[in-house]
Design a protein around this ligand. Structure first.
Ligand code: ZN
Length: 426
């Protein structure tokens, strides 16, 4: 006997959820859902009410992450999971994060409407505090779910706007500092995690494709406090050969690294390099002065660990070369970063096959931004991601996702969450 068709996600419900989320979080400029604050909590409350109205199971862990579960036939089998974050940056957009939770709810609602039971539990997670603009910590919610945070240190973190501790905000959301960060998820109970998210760059827009199958999440090397130090001097009186010009040194350094980037990209390597902030010292700099110092921020990302290592070595080499040439000192300062997260090859292949079978135009794409899916992948759980086309980027009120694109992404997600039921055109 062939299994019945996979139920279609409830896109009407998704539209209502997006509208209500927007209404609840308008701030006059954009959307604000503050982590462990009123905005994020209102989003969690909305998803809880929706889950209850669909007779789905609701659970909340010590970190105040939310889990909505559609019970399967075999409750002892590992579940499949989806989800994303429900917080946003200040004056952000309505879809970054929320789209992943809404898509999961639409899939579960589709099963309920069809009166069918999946072979195993399917869970949608509403992750807390993914946007590190509120609390300076990457993947706070998802790491907390796996018991992988230093709870005492994290509870003491001040929120960037209020200055109050996470412990204080947590208590307001009904949480208990005593259970914060306790492990709730265990990797061997999760068969797979697939996150749907809007694309935050222009790749799908430029390709004219509604969805992308994510191959991996780029890791990063960051130098937030690099500096070139030379000597302040009179702009008219000091000849080229006697200068120790920090701005010129920074420019030469950036140009050299840019050439390295072009060469590596031409060789087929995945790499993006950003010098997002360059600052001379306003207390000393002047129109008629050779700059004696400059602060440089560097953010280097790649899917390939070996590329990150190679570029890191290049940064040191170019810095030494330019220091010599421009007679300045380079100090790269503290290095931070994160490891790349590779998506599961079987899930990538399944998503690509399902897109083909369903007539959904899709391409493979690397994720430049970090996502909670990285934490699941790093815990050894087979992990995948679906990107939905979105115009005008994210982290701003102008995010523009088309509901038709979202519906295609949600259909792919439905297949990813119940891979034993074959994809078939409707
Ligand atoms: Zn996001």
């Amino acid at each position: 006997m062939t299994p019945p068709s996979l139920p279609l996600p409830d896109i009407t419900l998704a539209g209502t959820l997006f509208d209500t989320l927007r209404q609840n979080s308008l701030d006059g400029t954009g959307i604000t859902r503050d982590s462990y604050g009123k905005g994020e909590q209102a989003a969690h409350d909305l998803i809880i009410r929706t889950a209850q109205s669909l007779d789905l199971e609701v659970a909340i862990d010590g970190t105040r992450n939310l889990y909505v579960t559609l019970p399967g036939v075999d409750r002892s089998a590992p579940c499949t999971m989806t989800g994303s974050h429900l917080d946003s940056v200040p004056a952000g957009g309505n879809y970054d994060g929320a789209a992943g939770v809404v898509a999961g709810m639409a899939v579960l609602a589709g099963w309920r409407a069809a009166g069918l039971t999946p072979p195993h539990d399917m869970t949608v997670m509403g992750v807390r505090a993914e946007e590190s603009t509120w609390f300076p910590y990457s993947y706070l919610g998802s790491k907390g779910a796996f018991g992988q945070i230093d709870s005492a240190a994290v509870l003491a973190l001040p929120r960037s706007d209020t200055g109050r501790s996470l412990a204080s905000h947590l208590t307001e959301c009904g949480g208990d500092p005593a259970t914060f960060g306790q492990a709730w998820l265990s990797p061997d109970r999760i068969a797979r995690f697939v996150e749907l998210h809007i694309e935050q760059g222009p790749v799908l827009i430029e390709a004219g494709l509604p969805v992308g199958v994510v191959t991996g999440i780029r890791g990063a090397i960051r130098y937030r406090d690099a500096r070139a130090v030379g000597t302040y001097a009179h702009s008219g009186a000091v000849p080229r050969r006697s200068r120790h010009d920090a701005v010129r040194a920074a420019a030469l350094f950036i140009a050299a690294i840019d050439q390295d980037w072009e060469r590596l990209e031409d060789a087929g390597r995945d790499l993006v390099i950003t010098f997002g902030k360059l600052s001379t010292n306003p207390a000393q700099h002047a129109f008629s002065k050779v700059a004696g110092e400059i602060d440089i921020c560097m953010d280097i990302r790649s899917l390939e660990p070996e590329t990150l290592i190679e570029v890191d070595a290049l940064l040191a080499r170019r810095a030494a070369e330019i220091a010599d040439r421009a007679r300045v000192q380079f100090v790269l300062g503290e290095r931070t970063g994160s490891a790349p997260a590779v998506m599961d090859v079987a899930i990538i292949a399944q998503l690509s096959d399902a897109a083909k079978a369903l007539g959904i135009p899709a391409m493979r794409i690397a994720s430049g931004a970090g996502h909670d899916a990285a934490v699941f992948a790093q815990n050894g759980i087979p992990t995948g991601m679906i990107f939905v086309r979105n115009d005008r980027g994210s982290h701003n009120p102008e995010e523009a996702m088309d509901m038709n694109d979202f519906a295609m992404g949600a259909r792919l997600l439905a297949h990813a969450l119940c891979p034993s039921w074959p994809a078939r055109p409707e």
